[in-house]
Design a protein. Structure first.
Length: 450
């Protein structure tokens, strides 16, 4: 037997199922978070801070072992840019014709999900939608950076983090010209930035001295940061456990059980678990779990690669983090390691490590720096859950009053994690988020699925 209890501040029709004789405080609900990556763990931590009972379920043996494991390491709100931009179709075609293309589409992986996602992406490749999408991404990314700083101060957590800015490196005059267009949106959003000369770049990143002849300029973003997302996720999971969060690892999510308007359980390899509310934070795997419930989520896995290698020469290594605009590769200093991450591959859920992708990462790093031992590099690939417009899906599922979504962050999951987790925790708690969040929900795709 159960009854429904409306929660103030939630959308009309949203309810939580509370069992009789519950000993929880009246304002507290039990929440199951599906996924223990950086998105799920930050969401769980914020929910626990608000006094809720939280369980996290993940198939891996520990937190942060999938997409959060070895990403580029950048917390880069100023670099938050949708892939869907004017001119992308022509640029993508040129890329794919080149030997070292930052974008690859595997023909054997093409299916309706990929084609639908590409179609929605192309519909956003115009100046009007680009401006809206980039402004929205900048809003949540800037907020998330501020949330991360507050979290770091409150917990004292460290994760090979550095607050030394980011430089986007340009090798052509055309790249510099395009950056001037992006600077308009940065100015409108109040984000500090500066177009650097080559000399200014070398003042901040002297390790690039050997690549001086390759560079035309750079966009400096002083508010951007770097850090190891995997280290952060594992340490925040420990903090969350101290707040009472239960982590159920090595537990595969099989399905959600639902009635007409609410979810009442999650079936797993270890049995069935129930709660008052459920948060979907399983990244690229979220659409497959939600599809049987009639929820269409426009998220597709875009495979990215990284190399992690020991630092061997301080004078030929990044001080902080740079982005090589030509190869779409990020190079980041993480303590005594260097992380080289990038490329985009549409290959479904294929996680095979392809030698050609590794070569691009090596070329970018070798041309710019070279202060690391590539022979000892650890090669890795992960699936980024991308939406066609670049913005994550954060908010209520609408169809089910107690099901919430936090996925689709693409290459910016680490950048947007703290803000996304805080926003969703506030919404579940019935509290208005600090920033406008209605346009982050899945509702914005209603027309695409009509």
């Amino acid at each position: 037997m159960c009854w429904t209890l409306p929660v103030p501040g939630l959308n009309q029709g949203s309810v939580f199922l509370l069992r009789p004789n519950s000993r929880r405080k009246e304002s507290s609900v039990k929440v199951i978070v599906l996924g223990a990556g950086v998105i799920g763990v930050t969401t769980a931590w914020y929910l626990a801070k608000l006094g809720h009972e939280v369980e996290v379920i993940d198939r891996q043996p520990a937190a942060g072992l999938e997409t959060s494991f070895a990403n580029a390491g950048q917390v880069s709100p100023g670099y938050s840019t949708p892939w869907a931009a004017p001119g992308l179709p022509l640029r993508a075609l040129k890329w794919m014709l080149g030997r070292h293309s930052p974008l690859v589409i595997r023909p054997q992986a093409v299916d309706m999900a990929m084609l639908r996602w590409i179609g929605n992406l192309l519909r956003n490749c115009n100046e009007y939608d680009y401006d809206i999408n980039k402004s929205r991404m900048l809003r949540i990314a800037e907020y998330s950076r501020d949330c991360l700083a507050a979290l770091r101060k409150e917990t004292g957590i460290t994760y090979d983090d550095r607050q030394k800015g980011l430089i986007q490196l340009f090798r052509t005059d055309a790249q510099v010209a395009h950056a001037r267009d992006d600077m308009r949106l940065l100015s409108e959003s109040g984000i500090p930035h500066q177009l650097f000369s080559v000399e200014q770049i070398l003042e901040r990143e002297p390790g690039l001295g050997g690549a001086k002849a390759l560079l035309k300029g750079g966009l400096y973003l002083p508010g951007d940061e770097s850090g190891d997302a995997h280290m952060f996720t594992q340490r925040l999971a420990q903090e969350a456990e101290e707040l009472g969060v239960t982590f159920r690892y090595e537990t595969t999510i099989e399905a959600l059980d639902a009635s007409a308007d609410s979810v009442y359980g999650v079936r797993t390899s270890e049995g069935r678990f129930t709660a008052d509310a459920y948060v979907m934070a399983t990244g690229s795997y979220a659409p497959g779990i939600l599809r049987p419930l009639g929820i269409r989520l426009p998220v597709y896995p875009v495979k990215g690669y990284s190399l992690t290698l020991p630092l061997t020469d301080e004078s030929r290594a990044p001080v902080s983090t740079v982005n090589d605009e030509t190869y779409k590769v990020a190079i980041t200093r993480l303590g005594d390691r260097i992380r080289i991450g990038g490329t985009a591959e549409l290959a479904g859920f294929d996680l095979r490590l392809r030698p050609a992708r590794r070569e691009i990462l090596k070329i970018s790093f070798s041309e710019l720096y070279g202060g690391g031992d590539l022979s000892q590099a650890v090669y890795w690939a992960g699936l980024r859950p991308n939406t066609p417009d670049g913005t994550p899906v954060v908010g209520p599922s609408k169809k089910f009053g107690n099901l919430w979504l936090n996925t689709g962050h693409g290459t910016l999951g680490w950048t947007m994690a703290a803000g996304s987790g805080r926003i969703l925790a506030d919404q579940i708690h019935g509290r208005k988020p600090d920033i406008p969040a209605l346009d982050l929900s899945v509702d914005r795709y209603a027309r695409a699925f009509a």
